[in-house]
Design a binder for this molecule. Structure first.
Ligand code: SF4
Ligand code: SF4
Ligand code: SF4
Length: 374
């Protein structure tokens, strides 16, 4: 691993990173950068593919995730890898989602250089837009590290409050905030040959004596988050069984926004959007007659259980499904416990290792012999 400190200029972390990114772009080692950049209304950021360094005014630590960046990389690479290298700046959960998409043949990593950023958490898109009217939300959230303020925590999305992996696990290069003196410096680390090549001409100061402190800070944060997620799972344990699930989803309009926002739900035509569940009118009337009433739309629970069944082992707990729900259904209450338990059962860690196969797409003759499949 190669690492070094990037000195903060004019007390402006975001602009210092932008200068660094412009330098990478100007070096011609990459032909474009996919980065989060503010939209003209200043109400949010979106991933923008930039080839001209002069057009870059990114906000890589913006605490908002309106769309899945992993899905955007899938759009760029799914049919053909780019012919020249592109660097992509991603939150840790989006790197994990992208790794899962590559395993599902929905994205490629050839000529894609992953730049991961330490994530301080993200707000719901609506909260971000309101906060942005008063003060730059990135500055506010960075102050949680510099001034140790904690008033942002309660506003974060649920997924972020219990995120156990706020540090990029797999990346070619990463930009580190935790354990750093943000008034002075941030950490740049190259983890692969592609990452090392990318930063080879950038001037960085020696980071050796800061790494140990950062590792301790990161370890403590991850331990605290692990406790937080376990108590979250314990607290939400009641939503099990058909009756509890029916009640949980009783405000669901079956709009499928959760599925469209999910980086892992990639099927071009979802079974639940097809005509397979269509039925003639008399069937609905018969159902009404059986019970005296029949709530519509009819296949809500089937959709959620089916979706969960399809993708829960790859769920990266990013919470984009919950954010997209117009009925404000707290989907993380169901998806985080289900994902943690299912992934533990299969000892599978989505997005950690690009060579680890997703258990459900691997056939092993010797598995589950204890339940009689042999
Ligand atoms: S889930 Fe984790 S990595 Fe993703 S935005 Fe939230 S805190 Fe960041
Ligand atoms: S189900 Fe929700 S939390 Fe899981 S990967 Fe999809 S959007 Fe993220
Ligand atoms: S986004 Fe919300 S309302 Fe729409 S299908 Fe998903 S859970 Fe139901």
């Amino acid at each position: 691993m190669q690492h070094g400190l990037l000195k903060i200029k004019n007390d402006d972390v975001s602009e210092t990173v932008n200068e660094f990114l412009r330098e990478l772009l100007a070096s011609k080692k990459i032909s474009a950068l996919l980065v989060p950049q503010m939209v003209p209304s200043k109400k949010t950021v979106f991933p923008v593919l930039i080839s001209d360094p002069k057009k870059l005014s990114a906000d890589v630590f913006a605490p908002v995730l309106p769309v899945s960046t992993a899905t955007m990389v899938s759009k760029i690479t799914k049919h053909q890898a780019p012919s020249t290298p592109i660097a992509v700046v991603l939150h840790p959960c989006q790197i994990r989602a992208l790794i899962e998409l590559t395993k599902l043949n929905q994205a490629r990593l050839e000529n894609i250089i992953l730049i991961g950023v330490d994530c301080l958490g993200t707000y719901p898109v609506t909260t971000y837009a309101v906060l942005a009217e008063k003060k730059n939300p990135t500055k506010q959230i960075l102050e949680t590290l510099t001034k140790k303020t904690s008033d942002t925590e309660s506003k974060l999305r649920t997924a972020c409050k219990v995120c156990t992996e706020p540090i990029p696990g797999y990346a070619d290069m990463s930009i580190g905030l935790y354990g750093m003196h943000l008034e002075k410096e941030i950490l740049i680390q190259a983890h692969t040959d592609a990452g090392k090549k990318l930063i080879s001409e950038v001037t960085l100061e020696d980071a050796q004596d800061k790494i140990k402190h950062r590792d301790q800070v990161v370890k403590k944060i991850c331990e605290e988050r692990e406790k937080a997620v376990q108590s979250f799972i314990h607290e939400k344990a009641g939503s099990k069984g058909i009756e509890a699930l029916t009640k949980f989803f009783d405000t669901c309009s079956n709009c499928h926004n959760c599925m469209k926002a999910c980086p892992i739900c990639y099927c071009k035509e979802c079974l639940f959007d097809s005509s397979i569940f269509d039925a003639e009118g008399n069937k609905f009337i018969r159902k009404a007659e059986q019970k005296g009433l029949f709530k519509m739309p009819s296949d809500v629970l089937l959709f959620h259980v089916g979706r969960m069944n399809h993708m829960i082992l790859s769920c990266v707990k990013c919470g984009l499904c919950e954010q997209a729900c117009p009925s404000l259904i707290p989907l993380m209450d169901i998806f985080i416990p289900a994902a943690v338990n299912a992934q533990k059962e299969f000892t599978y860690h989505p997005g950690k290792d690009k060579d680890e196969k997703i258990p459900m797409i691997v056939y092993r003759e010797d598995e589950y012999t204890d339940v009689g499949e042999a």
